[in-house]
Design a protein around this ligand. Structure first.
Ligand code: C2E
Ligand code: MG
Ligand code: MG
Ligand code: MG
Length: 278
């Protein structure tokens, strides 16, 4: 596991600022066990090109198949993993599943860029670039087919390790996406420093933007900012036809959301894609 591989690396220097809720030790043990016993699974949600509706990529989203509680969403445990030092082990499991599936798609001639969410807490690990690119190569996936999504609000301007680690990943050919853009407070500075290739506009400024002047203005100006920086633009959380029409009118490159598909297991994704293309 990545956690084991990296046990000698320096501790991450990037922790969430501000007070933390105490973490339940029982929950931590249960999550540790879940990671070790393969209870985490990855769902995939399509990212489609707006101009021709071709599916060009997927976002990998973790789920916990809990023996009693059923399918648990990431909001319930990703934060716990971060606080408890389990995030590298979790990322290892998710990344391996995601690139394994990406490799299978590629072997079938499907050109899908595989996006994985990476916690800022993992960006203090200086050997992350070699480790991730190595795991992907073993799965038959070149770095250019990998996209790492980093949530904008967690990137702090004064921390140097994310900048270095992300820059090294980019130099290896890995795509870098700044996620949930518009919800943080240091957005513009991060865009100047870090070589992001893609900007994902948070769904707060996508769904309903056609009926909400302020949301629409933010959507429009973020899209135009990313376009003038030469980045790929993505609108997340498109839920209805009005969202899709507006996103298309603004010249945004890619679109993701329930209007097209919810995140789903790989087998369901294959069926969905066959329908979509046919
Ligand atoms: P995110 O990276 O911004 O992912 C997009 C979230 O929006 C996903 O929620 C997705 O299911 C949801 N979504 C997509 N389209 C729509 C839509 O049209 N309407 C609505 N209402 N929601 C939509 P999900 O899967 O619950 O993930 C939530 C967050 O948890 C993610 O937000 C990401 O920050 C985090 N996360 C998920 N998987 C991982 C992971 O493997 N590692 C890490 N570090 N974080 C993860
Ligand atoms: Mg994401
Ligand atoms: Mg997002
Ligand atoms: Mg989001």
């Amino acid at each position: 596991a990545l956690g084991t591989l990296l046990k000698d690396a320096t501790r991450p220097t990037t922790r969430r600022a501000g007070p933390r809720a105490p973490i339940d030790p029982v929950a931590v043990e249960e999550l540790r066990e879940a990671i070790a016993s393969d209870q985490l699974t990855v769902f995939f949600q399509p990212k489609a090109r707006v101009s021709d509706r071709v599916v060009v990529g997927v976002e990998s989203l973790v789920r916990w198949r809990h023996p009693e509680r059923g399918l648990v969403p990431p909001v319930a445990f990703v934060g716990v993993a971060e606080e408890a030092g389990l995030i590298d082990a979790m990322t290892d499991v998710v990344f391996r599943q995601a690139v394994a599936q990406g490799g299978r798609w590629r072997a079938r001639g499907l050109d899908l860029k595989v996006a994985v969410n990476i916690s800022v807490d993992s960006l203090g690990r200086y050997d992350l670039p070699d480790t991730l690119v190595g795991i992907a190569a073993d799965a038959g996936l070149p770095p250019s087919q990998i996209m790492l999504e980093v949530t904008e609000s967690r990137l702090m301007a004064d921390i140097k390790s994310p900048l270095e680690v992300l820059t090294r990943l980019r130099m290896k050919g890995v795509g870098l996406s700044i996620d949930d853009f518009g919800t943080g407070h240091s957005s513009l500075e991060q865009l100047r420093r870090i070589p992001f290739t893609e900007l994902k506009i948070d769904r707060a400024f996508v769904h309903g933007a056609a009926r909400d002047k302020a949301a629409r203005a933010i959507l429009e100006s973020n899209a135009s900012l990313a376009q003038s920086l030469g980045m790929t633009t993505v609108a997340e959380g498109a839920e209805d036809q009005a969202d899709v029409t507006l996103v298309a009118a603004l010249g945004i490159d890619l679109i993701q959301g329930h209007f097209f598909a919810k995140p789903m297991p790989a087998e369901d994704f294959d069926d969905w894609l066959a329908d979509w293309r046919g």
